[in-house]
Design a protein around this ligand. Structure first.
Ligand code: NDP
Length: 300
C-alpha cells in the first residue's frame, strides 16, 4: 500500500525558529540592538486576535521586540494611516504587520501601501507585488516577496523536503491577491512551469492531474480528490476550512482543500491540515522577514 510522505510543517517551523533565535541573539550581542516588529490590530475579531497573539508570542520566543498597537474597531482610516506613518519612522521597528481583514470602512489596499516598503514584512505593498511580477533581479532582499509568510512558507516546505521546483509542472488552485497569485509568481521565479486554476477553469481535474507540484488555495473543503492527483506529486495544502463534526467538542474540525485520506494513497508528499504551511510556517516566515529587515538596517 502506497503512503505519501507527510511534510511536517510544525517540525520544520521549529527548526527555523531555533535558527532565528540564535541569529537574533548574535545580532544583539554584536550591535546591542534587537529587531522589532509592529503588530497592528483593529477591532476584536476572534480569529484575528488569536493570529495576532500567536505572532506576538512567537516574537517573544525568539527575542524580537513586539511593538503592540491595538486599535478599536471605529478608528478612522486617516488615523490608522497616521499610526502607520509613525511606525514607518520609529527607529526600533524593522517590520510592520497590519492584521487583515480590516473593518469595512477601511480601504485595505490604501493602508497597506502606506507601509514603508522596507518594513513591509507581509509583502502586500503593491510595489512589492509589482516587483515580483516583473521578475526584478534586485528585490529588496527577502522583503519584496508578496505575502511571503504564506508563499515562501510553501516554497520552504518543498525545499526542506528535498523537492526540486526547477523545470517542474506546478498547478496553483486559487488566484487571490493574498495567496494564489503570489504563490504562482514565486513558483515561476523558482523556474517551475505554472498553471493557475480558478473558479472559471474548465475541467480543473485534468489540469491538476498533470502537476508534479500542487498548491491548493481555493478555500473549498476536500475539493481535490485522489483521482485528480498524479502519482508521486508533491502537495502543499494551504486551504483551511471548518466543516461540521459532531464528534468534536467545538462542533467542527479543520480540513484542507485536498481530500487527505485519498491523496495519501497517491501523492509522493503532502502537508496535513492543520500543521502544514498555515500556522506554524507562516509565523516563521514573518519572523525571518523581520530579522532580515533588521539586519539590513542595524548592520549598516
Ligand atoms: P479567496 O476566497 O480569496 O480565493 C479563493 C480562490 O480560489 C479564488 O481565486 C477562486 O477563484 C478560487 N476558487 C474558488 N472555488 C474554486 C473551485 N471550485 N475551483 C477552482 N478554484 C476555485 O481565498 P484565499 O486565497 O484568501 O484563501 C484560500 C485558502 O487559504 C482558504 O482555505 C483560506 O482559509 C486559506 N488561507 C487564507 C489566508 C489568508 O490570509 N487569506 C491565510 C491562510 C490560509 P476566482 O478568482 O475565480 O473567484
Amino acid at each position: 500500500d502506497h503512503k505519501a510522505m507527510i511534510i511536517d510543517g510544525k517540525a520544520i517551523a521549529q527548526t527555523i525558529r531555533s535558527k532565528i533565535a540564535v541569529e537574533v541573539r548574535n545580532l544583539s550581542q554584536k550591535y546591542d540592538k534587537v529587531p522589532g516588529l509592529a503588530v497592528v490590530i483593529m477591532g476584536s475579531r476572534k480569529d484575528s486576535q488569536s493570529y495576532v497573539s500567536m505572532k506576538r508570542k512567537a516574537c517573544a520566543e525568539v527575542g524580537i521586540t513586539s511593538v503592540d498597537v491595538d486599535l478599536p474597531e471605529n478608528v478612522s482610516q486617516d488615523d490608522l494611516i497616521a499610526k502607520v506613518h509613525k511606525l514607518n519612522v520609529k527607529p526600533d521597528v524593522h517590520g510592520i504587520l497590519v492584521q487583515l481583514p480590516l473593518p469595512r470602512h477601511i480601504n485595505e489596499e490604501k493602508v497597506l501601501s502606506e507601509i514603508s516598503i522596507e518594513r513591509d514584512v507581509d509583502g502586500f505593498h503593491s510595489l512589492n507585488i509589482g516587483k515580483l511580477a516583473m521578475k526584478a533581479e534586485n528585490l529588496y532582499s527577502f522583503l519584496a516577496l508578496p505575502r511571503q509568510d504564506i508563499g515562501n512558507g510553501c516554497l520552504e516546505l518543498l525545499s526542506r523536503s528535498g523537492i526540486s521546483i526547477t523545470g517542474k509542472k506546478a498547478v496553483v488552485v486559487g488566484r487571490s491577491n493574498i495567496v494564489g497569485s503570489p504563490v504562482a509568481l514565486l513558483l515561476l521565479q523558482a523556474n517551475a512551469t505554472v498553471t493557475v486554476v480558478h473558479s472559471h477553469t474548465l475541467d480543473p481535474e485534468s489540469i491538476i492531474r498533470q502537476a508534479c507540484i500542487i498548491i491548493a488555495a481555493a478555500g473549498q473543503a476536500m475539493m481535490v480528490k485522489g483521482g485528480w492527483i498524479k502519482p508521486g506529486a508533491a502537495i502543499i495544502d494551504v486551504g483551511t476550512n471548518a466543516i461540521d463534526d459532531s464528534r468534536k467538542k467545538s462542533g467542527y474540525r479543520l480540513v484542507g482543500d485536498v481530500d487527505f485520506q485519498e491523496a495519501c494513497k497517491v501523492a509522493g508528499w503532502i502537508t496535513p491540515v492543520p500543521g502544514g504551511v498555515v500556522g506554524p510556517m507562516t509565523v516563521e516566515m514573518l519572523l525571518k522577514n523581520t530579522l532580515d529587515g533588521a539586519k539590513r538596517v542595524i548592520a549598516k
